[in-house]
Design a protein around this ligand. Structure first.
Ligand SMILES: [Zn+2]
Length: 214
């Protein structure tokens, strides 16, 4: 049976979802802690400045009120961000159940190194936990890579890895290596390129490093 959103958003359920959430790579707990520390620092600063300036109590009360108000606003927006991630995570659980994220994309000279390396990679985790993720939908990311959710038990879309696409595809090899390196590769001067790591080694070196004349 598929659970309902409000069944997931019980106290226990929220606790479970919170444990999985990362906002900008950080846990909600550490974000809240930083927020608390910022509030403490702001109150301290205000107190110190007021003492230094020798203000009267009415002025102090006024500035304290301003600090408290601004920190409240900040805290509220932090909490809103966290809760919206919780709801997003809950929706992802409802929508997807079990499965994995598959990294897809077009491989050519317009593809970024990271996306080329991760092409065809599978991630058995929630979207927010996928490291270095391209967007969920095609194709706003400039290099046209994206993640699709593949539910457990369904056939994944055909998606070749870098190695699979590279193999036996001279046109792609020429596009990715550039003319001079490709010609050197064809002459056997660059050694074998069968994995992304081997490819990376070659492309990060200049023709001079490789002892190849232009
Ligand atoms: Zn990319």
């Amino acid at each position: 049976m598929v659970p309902m959103l409000r069944e997931l958003l019980t106290k226990q359920g929220i606790k479970k979802l919170l444990a999985k959430i990362r906002i900008g790579g950080r846990t909600p707990a550490s974000i809240l802690k930083e927020n608390r520390n910022n509030t403490k620092a702001a109150l301290k600063r205000n107190f110190r400045d007021s003492v230094m300036a020798d203000v009267d109590s009415a002025t102090f009360a006024q500035s304290l009120g301003r600090v408290v108000k601004s920190r409240k606003r900040q805290t509220l927006s932090t909490l809103r961000n966290i809760m919206s991630s919780v709801r997003g995570e809950a929706r992802a659980v409802l929508a997807t159940g079990k499965g994995y994220w598959l990294s897809r994309g077009v491989l050519d000279s317009g593809t970024t190194d990271i996306c080329a390396r991760l092409k065809g990679a599978r991630y058995h985790m929630s979207y927010s936990q996928v490291p270095m993720k391209p967007p969920r939908v095609p194709p706003p990311h400039p290099c046209r890579s994206f993640l699709v959710w593949v539910p457990e038990g369904t056939r994944p879309p055909t998606e070749e890895t870098f190695e699979q696409e590279w193999r036996n595809n001279p046109e792609l090899q020429r596009d990715l290596l550039g003319k001079s390196k490709f010609e050197a590769f064809e002459r056997g001067e660059l050694g074998r390129i069968e994995t992304y790591a081997q490819y990376e080694k070659v492309v990060t070196k200049t023709l001079e490093d490789l002892n190849i004349e232009k």
